[in-house]
Design a protein around this ligand. Structure first.
Ligand code: AVJ
Length: 329
């Protein structure tokens, strides 16, 4: 065990046993280099993602918002079942803007439920725990800060009520298809028959529309990607020169994979923790993120392949996005 503690730029102690540190070193010493997009969301990343959601080209949030604001009653009815008490769990809750519409409707209908938002961002959870009781009086909320499945286990240990797990915003798209299938199978393993999943999936559409959303003219997506290098500089005591990296996005309409890369503009070395010395060749890439797009048929197949039964789904008015409701078989 070669754990060491050194003082990072921010003055915090850097623990080299830290999962973030380990994942970054593993990713940057691999061939090809990669980073995990789940680490985009520090306080700055949360803010940049907000900016992204407000930019013209990024459509998925608006589409899902359309579903949650115009079909709220039908969504609520589908998840309320017989009207029994249930836990409404949200994986990667973010600011819960979309789910708030559903939550408000459920409270108005006097549904007997507890809202359990789960998020990797400590910021997000403390924000929700403080603000939702004010904006949604009468809500029963218990925010859980941590990795999805650890927190799902925790949720199951707190209560044995029927569970409805929301995974919105096409977050599932940030996994390649096979990994997403494994994820759904694991999700199913944490549920009991009759529990539900409400999953938001971005659909295949005009390739230009998809690509523009991940290659916006204002360069917010670029900043969003570069922010992870800044985070690594700050938290892991590294010296990335972010001006020497460019963003490259690509969409393959055949596979539905939209991928983001950061490209090294020069031959350069980056030091991590005063120890790891990482070499970048000119034009070498770091694979940053996948945002997988699906067909409706693929979504339904995904349900049956992973131990769920497709119940119903909701489209936005453009049919660019679906929220699918699955029942654990
Ligand atoms: C929040 C994960 C759904 O993949 O569309 C936005 C993240 N990345 N622009 C997505 C993201 C680049 C977003 N998700």
């Amino acid at each position: 065990n070669n754990t060491q503690t050194i003082t990072s730029v921010s003055g915090d102690k850097l623990n080299t046993d830290d999962l973030f540190y380990k994942d970054v070193v593993k990713g940057l010493t691999a061939t090809p280099k990669r980073l995990e997009s789940k680490y985009f969301y520090d306080a700055n990343g949360d803010k940049l993602f907000q900016d992204l959601m407000n930019c013209d080209e990024y459509y998925p949030t608006n589409c899902e918002m359309d579903i949650f604001t115009t079909q709220t009653g039908a969504l609520a009815k589908a998840i309320m079942g017989d009207g029994d008490a249930f836990d409404l769990i949200e994986l990667g809750a973010g600011d819960a803007t979309k789910s708030s519409h559903l939550l408000k409707h459920l409270i108005d209908k006097k549904a007997n439920f507890t809202y359990l938002p789960i998020d990797i961002s400590e910021n997000v959870i403390s924000y929700l725990n403080i603000t939702l009781p004010v904006t949604l009086p009468g809500i029963s909320i218990q925010g859980l800060n941590g990795e999805y499945f650890n927190m799902l286990k925790k949720a199951a240990s707190i209560s044995d009520k029927r569970k409805v797990v929301m995974f919105l915003g096409s977050n599932i798209g940030n996994m390649p298809v096979e990994i997403a299938e494994g994820f759904c199978r694991e999700l199913r393993s944490h549920l009991s028959a009759g529990d539900m999943a409400l999953i938001g999936v971005d659909l295949k559409k005009n390739p230009k529309t998809v690509l523009a959303a991940y290659n916006d003219k204002g360069g917010i997506t670029k900043k969003f990607n570069l922010n992870l290098l800044e985070r690594i500089n700050r938290e892991l005591n590294a010296d990335f020169d972010i001006d020497q990296f460019d963003h490259y996005a690509t969409y393959d309409p055949e596979s539905g994979a939209c991928k983001s890369y950061l490209i090294s503009l020069i031959d350069q070395h980056v030091k991590l923790n005063g120890k790891e010395n990482i070499h970048f060749k000119k034009d070498e890439y770091i694979y940053m993120e996948i945002s997988q797009k699906y067909t409706v048929e693929q979504v339904t197949q995904m349900a049956s392949a992973t131990g769920f039964k497709h119940l119903t789904h909701f489209f936005d008015s453009k049919k660019w996005f679906i929220d699918a409701i699955w029942v654990a078989a």
